[in-house]
Design a protein around this ligand. Sequence first.
Ligand code: ARG
Ligand code: ZN
Length: 845
Amino acid sequence: QTIYLKDYRPFGYYLDDVHLTFRLAASATRVVSRISVRPNVDFPGEFFLHGQDVKLIWAKIDGADVTPVVSADGLTCDAPDGPFVWEAEVEISPATNTALEGLYMSNGVYCTQCEAEGFRKITFYPDRPDVMSVFCVRIEGELPVLLSNGNPTSHGDGWAEWLDPWPKPAYLFALVAGDLVAHSDGFTTMSGKDVALNIYVRPGPDEAKCAFGMGALKRSMKWDEDVYGREYDLDIFNIVAVDDFNMGAMENKGLNIFNSSCVLASPETSTDSNFERIEAIIAHEYFHNWTGNRITCRDWFQLCLKEGLTVFRDQQYTGDQGSHAVKRIEDAITLRSRQFREDNGPLAHPVRPESFIEINNFYTITVYEKGAELIGMLKRLVGDDAYRKALDLYFTRHDGDAATIEDWLQVFEDTTGRDLTQFKRWYSQAGTPRVTVTDDFKDGVYALHFEQQTPPTPGQDSKSAQVIPIAVGLLSQDGTEVQPTTVLEMTATTQSFAFNGLAEKPVPSLLRDFSAPVILQRDQTNVERAFLMTHDTDPFNKWDAGDALAKDVLTKSITENTAPDAAYLDGITAILRNDALDPAFRALCLSLPSEDDMAKALHDAGTVPDPLAIHHAIEALKLTTAQHVQDILPRIQADMIVDGPYSPDAKNAGKRSLANSVLGLLSRLDDGAAAAKQYADADNMTMQLAGLAALLRISKGEDQSAAFRDQWRADRLVMDKWFGLTVSLAAPDLAADTALRLTQEPDFDMKNPNRFRAVFGALAGHSAGFHAPSGVSYRLLGDWLAKLDAINPQTTARMTTAFETWRRYDVGRQDQMRDVLETLAKTAGLSRDTGEMVGRMLGNH
Ligand code: ARG
Ligand code: ZN
């Protein structure tokens, strides 16, 4: 059934403390709970405890046996009017828990995932984020390492006890037990407190992959002190790497649990992008200690309160570690391709949704990344100093609270005196605003006229005007900046802004730094785009002009079969030649829009996209570009050679990134000779994988692929790359066959989400292969999702989004995709998770 934000009501009881005892056994773990309960006199209600797949052994109130009424989702029990002690013992089976939610096992290690509603699979409990309590946990089991939240209090042979002094909701509970080894270090906080740091892994090769993550953790701890004044608050901070995990990682208090792919790294096995992502995720989970744990969410509708803010913080952090411009471009690429896609389809929902069936379906790019954009817009509107003051107030006023978006906006109103009523629409209106721009020039006055309009989204037919910060700069015709960046605040549906005292009509640079998550619509010539590509002082818009130019070139090649505009080729050449530009930035300029981005662009322009035509157009443009810049490639390659031992820092990674973009072009001209050489000579994964990818991209590299697989057979994370790349770079007509063949490999394991995603995420992401006209890929994915749903609903539901764009395509493809969705919908025993997603995509709710 559907849950609504408007129905929020506090729980009828307070929990003063929680004692849990775990007697670990793979298929029959016993959990004993003892909870001090006190009625909430302001909001009396029934004593209902959530519980799912837990077997009640006995229950007591104040020491006397009671017989609660147990249902499929919990229990109710008659409770005294005053304070009482609730006790219960339950039995659960971690070994058979393939949903990876609650207490489960990964390679013999006990671990937990409780967010959002997994704690109810561990014991009967009010499993809602506004019920907070102090947890005291005893773990009994003959295992070398027994971990839970907070500080260790005592331990002995086969048992350990932990006390977490900070009241927390159950979703932040964690337990880990197993044969693990620690990579240890320490950090001294700004007030001089020593914190013990550990990254736990299974004994063996993973032990050599912890050092980078540890460094990232220490950098994050320092950064949060320096930039936000936030200090860590326990004696110990533990991270555990597990191979089987539905998401990236989880911020459990003092005991973060990570998908091993998001924490383990070594130069030989991880690419530069892996290193960057790992650093960002470690920072993200660490930052949650304040934005998420010390201040949590009142209910799951407020998810963006912690996620949007924490993503914003990790983005700031990554920018500080390397280049803000490059990070901003990367984030904008992700937002535009994935969040805009979500916002413009059947799964569109506001950053703060108003209803859900299964909350796990709302850990989305909209809640996370658009949520982060809202924080960035607020900061831009109020200014950096006011932002910091508002955050300080947020931390002091709400420490220990389960807060709301209203609380969050209130601290900004109170520190700045600004009325944020209109800004709040960003949280409640789904959809991407379109901002149409025209301009004119007369008597030294340059005017910009904007009109905003947001298309309807499911359940929201009409939208009101939103506050849009539009950062603008003006360039003179000779390319000098006559108006440095200024932020225009658009609040009305149509609005004009004037700039006086100009000698000539300037060239505008609009939405600098991607100052709002909107789509700018403007008639622009390729000459003007090329001009901005050359002269704009704003790195984001400089890149964006090139991206717009590439989209135009590709669109015309697909719809009119036109050869690439010289403006594009000359612009790219100039960027490539310009050694004053950061190599990472140049690499971004060289990368073309993705096939899916082009499908979206064509659809938006009123054309039905043909994925295969898009694929060929992109490949053709790469070849033409390669031919055009042929002469300068060897020099750039030579300049981008990184000497000395591998280091993943932004500077060296940027050089490798450009070197590998160049390799991609070169391989189209030399039949893969340079790529084969790079593959053979590589001493780190970035160069090895790029060599292999360049070969596979031109339908070569069969030997290298086999050699790669032999070399890395024992490394699960590297093998995930191999599975993924093999599908991603298969020829379009072979993508489905390739995926199917890989499922028959002995190393394929559908119970491991990383491996399942490596194969089927790659198939879904292979636009031309996924949309093969026969529909074979649709059906293959549909069949496997039906199989996976029976064992892991969360990962299944997430992967159904492969079909969210079905309405974009021709009738034949639409019919085939709808068939797959309808077949899924009719699957016997379909999970609530997948049922909700499929239903929304079909337009049923
Ligand atoms: N809070 C985690 C993070 O953002 C994500 C956990 C999501 N879990 C889930 N079951 N949806 O770091
Ligand atoms: Zn998070």
